[in-house]
Structures are given as structure tokens and as C-alpha cells.
Design a protein around this ligand. Structure first.
Ligand code: F0G
Length: 459
């Protein structure tokens, strides 16, 4: 019997969308007009868009078919019950509250349960999660293991929570901790997974200190695949069984269905506590909509329900994780500094190491993102001093890393697209000494990375 090494895309393509080729000069002009912030470009001017894996995936024929079955009844829609059943089958949580995306679930949860001065521990808060904690005047405290902060260090579960640090936080500040969160996979830390063993450790501490434990579950299926392939004794379990066990250790979750829901929009908050669920539903009605649609169309609920079934299929996850690893391997082979090991949804380039001639306060991540766009039409995103450098009191502090994330949309690009991306990154790395830092000319007080404007610094 032949043994194949090539892992192929587990789908064939039924519908295609053209991408636009532009000249370097056009891109340089477009970027200058966008204030040197790739968030402000027109999507059309991007050849390969790796800004995010969120809401950018390709839906399956079965999802598009399900969309036609969407029931747009305002209250008690059939599509809600289908959605609820799929979410409950996967997570086991009693209350399922649909929201238009992940941050709406975060805002509803945090606004319902946090008060000023509270502390929310997490491995690493993603930007919107952090902002939704801080807007309640609470502290978002990152407690990832020390290995998770060192880009070059290899560790199978770099997203794990530092259990000793969590224990310390709960012992010292327990009175101010209304819940503990863990993000799977840990996006900010490089798309790195959290082991089941670590989640069990968090559960034990939460039991001891009587704290509810919530997962930020955006990329739960990718996390389940890493558990299956890396955690001893679990290779025989299906990704769905592992995902169920992850959820069974928690009391609730926030979810952006734009990632592992394989949908273009959608999310949910799911939890067991009746009183919290009631508070959250009341706020949902105020800001999102009636509890059986939560800001989504009936057809969106159908797309998410089907997506949650497809995302735990083994051939899909095998291809998904391997395709990220493939890009990672090519960059490592060429000597480009990347976070080790490959993440589940993205490759993270260590811009601070690669562009060591540009200090963090001159935003090496922005320099690299902008060069990738101008040279190759590729759009990545800075996860570093611009995204996280501004403190709630307005001061500046460089975070542990300056990264550039190349997030791969699900089921969208083929291997030749990825080969082109590898060639582009390696090409830019070869001319790194020509790259210069940037200065911020205009920025809002919070979440500045989305709309800030920059100016290139002179050579
Ligand atoms: N939590 C994590 C870990 C995320 O990565 C995101 C979104 C959210 C919460 C919020 O979900 O976008 O549906 O409101 N991350 C996207 C990204 C935007 O590009 O990584 P949302």
C-alpha cells in the first residue's frame, strides 16, 4: 500500500473569487494614503489577505445550503434551536446565548459580572477581550507560562496557564476575581495550545477558590487537534471528544464563530449559571436582540451550526494545522525568526528580532507589515507595541514581543498562495536593512491599532 506524505486540501473548489494584481508603486501610494496603517487599505488593493482568520473563511456547500433553510422568525426560530442543539452537544453548557460575534459575548459577560477594581486572569487576553475588561475598570491579568513569552522556545503547550501564578493571584486577590478565563488557542501568544492537563489544573484551582472558569473558545477545534497530536495518551480520541472534555472542565465560554465556527459572522456566550445567564440575556436584549437570534439572522445561525460540525472533522483539522506548519517550516529553513512552534491559525514573525535595528518604540512590527504589503501585496497584522503598548493611564510600555501575524483564512488559499507568501517574507527579510521605523501621528485612546496613522522615520 502506498504511504502518502502529501496532505491535500480536503475539498475541491466549486466557486472562485478573483484577486487583484497591483504594481509596487500603486501599493506604495495606497499605503501612504492609508496613513501607513494596513487596516485602512481597501481590501481590493490586497493580493493575499492574512490580516485575520476571523470571518474570512470559505463556507462549504452544506453551509450555503443550510443558509437557504434559515428561519427568520423573530422569536423561537427553528434555526435557533438547531444552533442551540449543536452548541449544547459540543459544549454541554445549559444556556446558549447567540451574539453577533465574540466581542459581543465578552462585553455582555463582563458588563454583567465585573465591577471596577476586579481582576480577570487569563493566559493572554486578546485585544478586544482586554479592552472589554478594561472598559469596566477592571484589570486584565496575563498569566501564561514563562515559556509562552519567549518566541524562540519550543514547548508543546505554550499557551498553558502558569498555575503557580494563578494560585498566587487567587490567594492574594481572590476577592476581586469574579471569573478565570483561558484562551484556546492562545492567539496573542502565537496561536499556541493549552493542554487538557493544564485546563484540569485551572479547574482544580477554580474549585478550591470557588471561581467560575470560562474558556475563550474561538479556536477550540485547533486546540483539540494539538491535544490529540501532542498530549500523551490522547491520539486515539476524536477532536470532538477532546473538545467536549475541554468544555466539560469549564463553567462557560465566549465564542467567536468567525474562527472555529467556520462562519463569516456569529458568536455565542454559553454558561451553566442561571442567575448570570439571566443577567446576560437582559443585556443581550438591550444591545444585540432577542435571545433566540442575538443580533444574527436565522441563516447565520444555520451557517454556524453546520460550521461547528465541520470544524471538528479530522481531515479538515489535519490539513488546517499542517498548512500552517508548512509555511512555518519554509520560513524557519530560510532563517526567518518566527515564534516556535507553529501556531494553529497563523505564523508569527518575531519582528523585534528580525528588525533588531528598529527599536520597539519605532514599531518594528509596523515596519515589517508595511514592507510585506508594498513588496508583495500581502497584508499581515502587527501584534506588538502598537496593539498593546499604550497603558490604561496613557503611558507607553513595550510588551514582551513585537510580532507580525500572518493569519491564514480557513479553506481559502491553496498551497501555491502559501508558497508565494513564503517567498515574499524571505525576500523582505533579505532586504531588512532598508526598512525604517515609524512614528504615530494620530491615534485614538483605545484599540489604537485599528485606526492610528503613521509616518515613516527618515533613514
Ligand atoms: N478572543 C480571541 C482569542 C480572538 O482572537 C478574537 C478575535 C476575539 C476574542 C473576538 O472575537 O472578532 O468575533 O469579536 N480575533 C480576531 C483576530 C479579530 O484577528 O484574531 P470577534
Amino acid at each position: 500500500m502506498l504511504q502518502f506524505k502529501t496532505i491535500i486540501e480536503p475539498f475541491r473548489i466549486k466557486s472562485v473569487e478573483s484577486i487583484k494584481f497591483t504594481e509596487r508603486e500603486e501599493r506604495a501610494t495606497a499605503l501612504a494614503q492609508a496613513g501607513y496603517n494596513v487596516f485602512l487599505l481597501r481590501g481590493e488593493d490586497v493580493l493575499i489577505d492574512l490580516l485575520t482568520d476571523s470571518g474570512t473563511g470559505a463556507m462549504s456547500a452544506a453551509q450555503w445550503g443550510a443558509i437557504m433553510q434559515g428561519d427568520e422568525t423573530y422569536a423561537g426560530s427553528r434555526s435557533f434551536y438547531r444552533f442551540r442543539d449543536v452548541v449544547q452537544d459540543l459544549t454541554g453548557f445549559r444556556h446558549v446565548i447567540p451574539t453577533h460575534q465574540g466581542r459581543a459575548a465578552e462585553r455582555i459577560l463582563f458588563h454583567s459580572v465585573l465591577k471596577p477594581g476586579d481582576v480577570v486572569p487569563n493566559n493572554n487576553h486578546f485585544d478586544t477581550t482586554r479592552a472589554n475588561v478594561e472598559v469596566e475598570q477592571a484589570e486584565a491579568r496575563d498569566l501564561v507560562i514563562p515559556e509562552g513569552r519567549v518566541p524562540s522556545q519550543v514547548h508543546p503547550f505554550k499557551g498553558n496557564v502558569d498555575l503557580a501564578a494563578l494560585e498566587w493571584t487567587l490567594a492574594q486577590d481572590g476577592g476581586r476575581v469574579p471569573l478565570v478565563m483561558v484562551t484556546v488557542t492562545n492567539n496573542t501568544g502565537g496561536g499556541q495550545p493549552v493542554s487538557l492537563e493544564n485546563l484540569r489544573g485551572v479547574r482544580r484551582l477554580c474549585d478550591r477558590f470557588q471561581k467560575p472558569f470560562f474558556l475563550d473558545a474561538c479556536r477550540f477545534a485547533e486546540n483539540a487537534w494539538f491535544v490529540k497530536t501532542r498530549e500523551p495518551g490522547l491520539s486515539g480520541r476524536t477532536p470532538k471528544e477532546i473538545a467536549r472534555e475541554m468544555f466539560s472542565l469549564a463553567d462557560g465560554c465566549t465564542m467567536s464563530a468567525k474562527k472555529d465556527g467556520l462562519a463569516n459572522i456569529g458568536g455565542f456566550l454559553a454558561l451553566n449559571d442561571d442567575a448570570w445567564a439571566e443577567r446576560c440575556r437582559n443585556l443581550l436584549i438591550l444591545t444585540e436582540g432577542f435571545p433566540t437570534y442575538g443580533g444574527l439572522a436565522g441563516y447565520d445561525l444555520e451557517a454556524v451550526a453546520r460550521g461547528l460540525e465541520e470544524v471538528v472533522e479530522e481531515p479538515y483539522l489535519h490539513y488546517r494545522i499542517r498548512s500552517i506548519e508548512y509555511l512555518h517550516e519554509r520560513l524557519v529553513a530560510a532563517g526567518v525568526q518566527v515564534i516556535q512552534p507553529a501556531g494553529g491559525h497563523a505564523v508569527y514573525i518575531d519582528a523585534r528580532a528580525l528588525l533588531s535595528h528598529i527599536p520597539p518604540r519605532e514599531y518594528p512590527g509596523i515596519a515589517l507589515v508595511n514592507a510585506l504589503y508594498v513588496e508583495a501585496g500581502i497584508r499581515g497584522v502587527e501584534i506588538g507595541s502598537v496593539m498593546f503598548g499604550r497603558q490604561p493611564d496613557g503611558s507607553e510600555k513595550s510588551p514582551a514581543m513585537d510580532l507580525v501575524r500572518l493569519a491564514i483564512p480557513r479553506r481559502v488559499y491553496t498551497q501555491s498562495h502559501i508558497d508565494y507568501v513564503a517567498e515574499a517574507v524571505i525576500g523582505v527579510a533579505a532586504i531588512k536593512h532598508e526598512l525604517r521605523g515609524f512614528r504615530i501621528t494620530k491615534a485614538p485612546a483605545v484599540l489604537r491599532h485599528f485606526t492610528a496613522q503613521f509616518e515613516p522615520l527618515a533613514a
